[in-house]
Design a protein around this ligand. Sequence first.
Ligand code: SF4
Length: 340
Amino acid sequence: MKVQAVVQEPPKKDVRKPRSENVGLDQTGAFFVDHTCIDCDTCRYMAPDFFKRKNSQSAVLAQPETKEQRLQAFQALLSCPTYSIHVADKDREAQQEAEESFPRNVYGLDNVFHCGFHSELSFGCASYLVTRPEGNVLVDVPRFVPKLLKRIQAMGGAKYIFLTHRDDVAEHAKWAKALGAERIMHVGETNAQQGTDQVEVKLEGEGPWPLPDGSGDMQIVLTPGHTEHHCCLVYEAQKVLFSGDHLATDSVGEWTTATSPDKGKLGITRRFNWWQVGKQVESCEKLAAFDWVHVLPGHGRPGSVDDAADRKHQIQLLVERETARGLGHLEFDHSGIMPE
Ligand code: SF4
């Protein structure tokens, strides 16, 4: 059965007006979401107390009050790939503080940062920066924003840009040029249309691969499934898995509900699988053998496991869940509805 999305399209002239689901619009400095939201989930995991899913798009269901809360809401506003979040009254100072907060630390790791500023060209994927003495690494790319570029340059720039797969490349050429960075991507994901045939380092074969300079703290792992030559990056020094679109927690609520025992657990998103679910599940099993506890995805929610035993346990649960759903060739309805 095909399930159709239920978003009511407003007249074109009204698409930038507040959705009726937003609350507290009469408050000074109220935030709101307009009708152009692409339901990417970014604002909901960055500022979960204020942004929620309602009728297949995001809305502000509680207004931020304190300075810290408003900073969080502004960070979500700046990261929205479609500029769908607005604030009723200008607050230049707060917005500037939010701009300067990126790249922002994740998980309290002193050298791993979320870049914010998600790009619509990569369907709103998250990108990350790792700063390290051997040379910084940018994982996928954010929107090309001069202020963010300056911040990244001030943090040492980037020696490499690792591109997980073809969906999340956005303005890779601009970033590579501005940072003087070498792009790394599996040759099977490159193409002339996106300009990725010009990347400096094309991975061939099945890996795993170290970074081109031979530094041993990072490994690139081939994880076919979401796309045919999708790759992940394991940063062993901080036990971080940069998982691209391969693996996430609670990605789009596809495998959990608010009360599900699987809430917050690792999973894959079938709705956006473009190649083979069976292979994606196999690749998850392969990843269980690497040493990571934090998952930083391109799409889907970041998360952590407790330790190696929990990592293996959660992957095992994932394999059992997906096997029960069927791993053969499936016709996906990519317009399906996520739970609220
Ligand atoms: S970040 Fe923007 S596009 Fe993504 S869910 Fe929020 S409002 Fe929608």
